[in-house]
Design a binder for this molecule. Structure first.
Ligand SMILES: C[S@@+](CC[C@H](N)C(=O)[O-])C[C@H]1O[C@@H](n2cnc3c(N)ncnc32)[C@H](O)[C@@H]1O
Length: 245
């Protein structure tokens, strides 16, 4: 079974895995056993200080049933399953990833869901437009140059009136006691995160004035949800009917 059907991995393209993935996160994304462990929602709850469920719920609020959705990067736990359930049978859900093993793992786990999996490097432009584009806990893993490309490609793939949803880490508030542990932990595991702490996601967008931006934070500002809704340009707005009077 090849293209045109749900739950197919389209891998006709040659996609080179970025070095930041293989060097820094390969132990999670290539190793089956670690991937299986990370897939457990209890493990996800533990490493997100209990916030993963809340973040998934917050993301789902911005996803419409029957809509066309793109997600950049596979996730661990039940986030993709819940998103597929929310979109339903009459929408479309495409998940792209640059790591074949991650796509294989997700596909095997979600074989009964209507999801199209595609091998694609999100630093390269996307060919289609969507009602919603999700980046769930991806940006903090990316080096600055790649982060800028991924954010702009995600935004470019949003239809007029559609939205990009970014869920990620945020700079914790001074009252967040976890920040003392987070700094050394991040320097070791997520070396690119601090730049994301310092830079509003909106500031990476080349055409940020084409969108209406909204930001919420959670867990003493440890996490953020940024939603960018693409404005409808004047020529696409439905003509208002002349008044009878
Ligand atoms: C979306 S994040 C999520 C991981 C996080 N720990 C979680 O489950 O919440 C990680 C995924 O993004 C993928 N990824 C990283 N860089 C990418 C890129 N340039 N294009 C597409 N996918 C990418 C990785 O291969 C990985 O599967």
């Amino acid at each position: 079974m090849l293209s045109g059907k749900a739950n197919v991995i389209k891998n006709s393209k040659i996609v080179k895995e970025p070095l930041y993935v293989s060097e820094l996160y390969g132990f999670m994304y290539h190793k089956g056993k670690i991937g299986q462990l990370m897939d457990d929602d209890r493990v996800q709850a533990l490493i997100s200080c209990g916030f993963k469920k809340k973040l998934v719920e917050e993301m789902l609020e911005d996803i419409d049933t029957n809509s066309n959705v793109l997600q950049i990067g596979c996730t661990f736990g039940s986030q993709m399953q819940k998103t597929a359930d929310k979109i339903g049978r009459y929408g479309t859900y495409v998940v792209i990833d640059v790591v074949q093993e991650q796509l294989n793992r997700a596909r095997n786990q979600l074989i009964d869901k209507k999801i199209d999996f595609e091998l694609h490097d999100a630093r390269k432009p996307l060919s289609k437009k969507y009602d919603a584009v999700i980046c769930f806990m991806l940006l903090h893993e990316l080096p600055e140059v790649s982060r800028r490309k991924v954010i702009n490609n995600a935004l470019d793939a949003v239809k007029q009136g559609g939205k990009a949803i970014f869920i990620d880490y945020n700079k914790p508030s001074d009252f967040n006691v976890l920040r003392f542990i987070l700094k050394p932990f991040n320097r070791l595991c997520f070396p690119f995160i601090e730049k994301l702490w310092e830079t509003p996601i909106k500031n990476y967008a080349v055409h940020n004035n084409h969108f209406v931006w909204d930001k919420k934070t959670y867990g003493a500002r440890m996490f953020q949800k940024v939603v960018a809704v693409r404005k409808v340009s004047d020529e696409k707005k439905p003509e208002s009917k002349p008044s009878f009077y």
